[in-house]
Design a protein around this ligand. Structure first.
Ligand code: CUA
Length: 383
C-alpha cells in the first residue's frame, strides 16, 4: 500500500487550524453580538433567530438520527451478502408526509417573520429623529433638537441618544452604499446615495453599543466603525445642552492652543467644521466627494476618532495624544485611503512640522475640553 503521509499531515494541520480559529473566535471580546440583544428591535430579531435556529437544530437532529438508524439497520449483515431490503417506491402516505411537514415548518417560520418585518418598518410619528449620513469612511449624525426643521447638532461616528426611547434614523449616503449596523440594537439598513431610508433604534438601558459599516464600501470599509451611546434622560439633556454650544477661539496669544488654532485654519478648516470659529467647509463649492470631514466642535465629548477605529482617551483618562498626532500628520499612513481622489484625509507629512502637529493636537484638546458623558460602568476608552 502506498502511504500518503503528506495528505494526512495537511489534513491534521487544517483540522487544527480550524479548531483553533473556532476556539479563538469564541474568546474574542465580542462587542457586536446579535445573541445579546439590548433593545426592542434587536429582541424581535433575536426571537426570530432563536425560533429558526431551534427548528433547524431539531430537523438536523432528526435527519442525523434517521441516517444513523438506516446505516445500521440496513448494513450488509452476516447472512446473505446479496440480500436487498424491501424497496419502498410510490408510498403515498410517506410522500404526503414529507411534503406537508416542511411546508408546515415554513409557515410556522413565515408568520412571525413577516409580522416582525412589518413591525420593524412601521412608521412611528412619536419617535425622535436622527439623520445619518454614511461616507467614505465615517458616519455623520444630525439632530434637530428643538424641532424647528434646522439642524442644531452635528457629530461624527458616535451616535448619542436617550435610552428607553424610540429613535427613528433617516439614513442616506454621500458617496457609495454603506450599511448602518449596531447588532445589539437592530439589524442592518443600507445607506444609499440619493435615497433616505428610515430605520429604528432603541436601547432598554444606558450603554455603549458598537457597530460597523456592513456593506463593502472601498478601501477602509473594514475599519468603518461606529459606536452607539444610549444615555439616561438626565445625561441626555446634559449632552444636548453641551453640544448646542459653539466653540470660541482661544483667547491667550502665543500658547500652543492659539498657534494650533491658527494652523488648523490654514490646513484643516477647508474640510473640518468647528462651529462658531471655522465654518468655511460648509460652503465648500464644489463639495468634497465624501461630503467634507467630521465636525470637530465637540471632539473631546466622544470616546473615539478616525471612524471610531481609535480611542480618543487612554485608560488613565488622558487624551490619546500619540495616536492623535499620528492621525493629524499622516492619516493615510494609519488607514487605507485615497485622498487624491477626495476619499479620506490627506497626509500632512512634510507639510506640517512636529511643532505644528503638537499645536494642532493641543488645540483639538480644547474642543470642547470636557470628558465624554458616559453611561455608568463604561470606561472612558468606550470599551
Ligand atoms: Cu462604509 Cu463599508
Amino acid at each position: 500500500m502506498p502511504r500518503r503521509p503528506k495528505l494526512s499531515r495537511s489534513l491534521v494541520a487544517f483540522a487544527g487550524a480550524l479548531a483553533g480559529a473556532v476556539l479563538l473566535s469564541g474568546c474574542a471580546d465580542n462587542r457586536q453580538n446579535v445573541f445579546d440583544p439590548s433593545g426592542t428591535y434587536a429582541d424581535k430579531i433575536s426571537t426570530l433567530t432563536n425560533l429558526a435556529g431551534a427548528m433547524a437544530i431539531a430537523v438536523g437532529l432528526l435527519v442525523g438520527i434517521a441516517i444513523l438508524v438506516i446505516i445500521f439497520r440496513f448494513r450488509r449483515g452476516k447472512g446473505d451478502p446479496d440480500r436487498v431490503p424491501t424497496q419502498v417506491h410510490g408510498n403515498t402516505p410517506a410522500e404526503i408526509g414529507w411534503t406537508i411537514a416542511p411546508a408546515v415548518l415554513l409557515v410556522v417560520l413565515a408568520v412571525p417573520t413577516v409580522s416582525v418585518l412589518f413591525e420593524l418598518n412601521e412608521d412611528n410619528p412619536d419617535a425622535m429623529v436622527i439623520e445619518v449620513e454614511g461616507q467614505q469612511w465615517w458616519w455623520r449624525y444630525m439632530y434637530d433638537v428643538d424641532g424647528d426643521g434646522e439642524t442644531d447638532i452635528v457629530t461624527a461616528n458616535e451616535i448619542v441618544f436617550p435610552a428607553d426611547t424610540d429613535i427613528e434614523l433617516r439614513i442616506t449616503s454621500n458617496d457609495v452604499i454603506h450599511s448602518f449596523w449596531v447588532p445589539e440594537l437592530n439589524g442592518k439598513r443600507d445607506a444609499v446615495p440619493g435615497l433616505v431610508s428610515t430605520w429604528k433604534l432603541q436601547a432598554h438601558e444606558p450603554g455603549m453599543y458598537w457597530g460597523h459599516c456592513a456593506e463593502f464600501c472601498g478601501l477602509a470599509h473594514a475599519v468603518m466603525r461606529l459606536r452607539a451611546v444610549a444615555l439616561s434622560p438626565e445625561d441626555w439633556d446634559t449632552w444636548v445642552a453641551r453640544n448646542l454650544e459653539p466653540a470660541v477661539e482661544p483667547a491667550d496669544e502665543d500658547t500652543p492652543e492659539r498657534r494650533g488654532y491658527t494652523t488648523f485654519g490654514q490646513f484643516c478648516a477647508t474640510c473640518h467644521v468647528i462651529r462658531g470659529v471655522y465654518e468655511t467647509a460648509l460652503e465648500r463649492d464644489p463639495p468634497l466627494q465624501a461630503g467634507v470631514a467630521p465636525d470637530l466642535t465637540h471632539l473631546t465629548s466622544r470616546t473615539s476618532f478616525a471612524g471610531s477605529l481609535l480611542n480618543l482617551y487612554l485608560p488613565d483618562g488622558s487624551l490619546n495624544v500619540g495616536q492623535l498626532r499620528e492621525w493629524v500628520l499622516d492619516a493615510p499612513g494609519q488607514v487605507p485611503m485615497d485622498p487624491d481622489n477626495l476619499q479620506g484625509m490627506p497626509s500632512f507629512a512634510g507639510a506640517l512640522s512636529a511643532q505644528q502637529v503638537d499645536d494642532i493636537v493641543a488645540y483639538l484638546a480644547t474642543l470642547d475640553g470636557d470628558k465624554p458623558i458616559l453611561p455608568e460602568g463604561v470606561p472612558i476608552t468606550g470599551d
